[in-house]
Design a protein around this ligand. Structure first.
Ligand SMILES: CC(=O)N[C@@H](CC(=O)O)C(=O)O
Ligand SMILES: [Zn+2]
Length: 313
């Protein structure tokens, strides 16, 4: 890269994977991946090898989030290097297998891009999840997707929080992209959610094809919601929930929550208000899978990232 040019050279993205069933009860990704394993015409692009893959087949079979432990938290250095002695939880063994097939994580041999398909019970609409604010290839891809989708929209959740970031299945790739579409109940397929996910994938793959053909993408800015905090339900001494998401907050993912605004409602109708400092943008509000993670919603702050121009190296 020349010091006079802001254009960043990025290796072409020849190897792309589409993960479905990282959570076995999130049926849009499971169904799309099954569909594309039977017939991959729709995801084929010139100069790109795209591999649809079911990441947690045992959870898919049971239509549950996981069997032993959450696969989308399992890709830690400790797990990936643990001796595989049959005592390990199923998902840890599976993470090692996936790391061998699509990684190794952090190595030059790793897949270029992994799209990991998820559904949420929250009213988040279409969301792309990023793990780094410095991945200019991903930022350019998101900008492309957003332009192609307009007037429909697709928001960006950025999780690079030192404590709240977790070790995802997609993190094996050089460019990890989470795709989260909701609301959709666990174990249910909704046509609108399914089609939205499919359309985003189409634009994402189009971008990769253009990029590999040598198209240069000029600098742009990408508005994101950065994960800042995890907010739990109010609980009693036994850990039982003492309040629900307040009706004013329910389904209001991505909308501003200001100090003093209603946040929870107790079973006898009392309102618990947000007491933090400054405006936050809650998301994953009342996500079913997050009760066990002691999480009522994820607090985010808005910011705008600048993406450098990128072109194929
Ligand atoms: C509802 C759900 O499963 N969300 C995903 C988000 C992500 O992929 O980062 C998860 O917690 O793993
Ligand atoms: Zn999921």
């Amino acid at each position: 890269m020349s010091s006079f040019s802001s254009c960043q050279s990025v290796r072409e993205a020849r190897r792309v994977a589409i993960f479905g069933g990282t959570h076995g009860n999130e049926l849009s990704g499971v169904t799309l991946v099954h569909l594309w394993m039977k017939n991959g015409t729709e995801i084929q692009r010139r100069g790109v090898e795209t591999r649809p893959f079911i990441t947690n087949p045992r959870a898919v079979e049971k239509c549950s989030r996981y069997v032993d432990t959450d696969l989308n938290r399992a890709f830690t250095p400790e797990n990936l290097s643990a001796p595989a002695d049959g005592q390990l939880p199923y998902e840890v063994l599976r993470a090692q297998e996936i790391n061998r097939m699509f990684g190794p994580k952090g190595s030059p041999d790793a897949y270029d891009v992994i799209f990991d398909l998820h559904n949420t019970t929250s009213n988040m609409g279409c969301t792309l999840i990023l793990e780094s604010s410095k991945d200019h290839f991903n930022l350019q891809m998101i900008n492309y997707i957003q332009k192609a989708l307009a007037p429909a929209s697709c928001l960006v959740l950025l999780n690079e929080h030192p404590l709240l970031k977790y070790s995802t299945a997609r993190s094996v790739a050089k460019h990890p992209v989470g795709l989260e579409v909701g609301p959709q109940p666990q174990g249910v397929l909704r046509s609108n959610i399914f089609e939205s996910m499919r359309e985003i994938l189409k634009h994402a793959l189009d971008f990769i094809e253009l990029f590999n053909e040598g198209v240069e993408f000029p600098p742009c800015s990408v508005p994101v919601f950065r994960v800042s905090e995890r907010v739990d339900y109010p609980r009693d001494a036994n850990g039982n929930i003492m309040a629900m998401v307040h009706p004013n907050l329910q389904d209001c993912d991505w909308e501003p929550l200001n100090p003093g605004d209603p946040m929870f409602q107790t079973f006898d109708g009392k309102t618990i208000r947000y007491q933090g400092s400054g405006t936050i943008y809650p998301t994953f509000i009342n996500e079913a899978a997050y009760y066990e993670k002691q999480q009522a919603f994820v607090a985010t702050r808005r910011e705008t990232l600048s993406a450098n121009a990128v072109r194929k190296a």
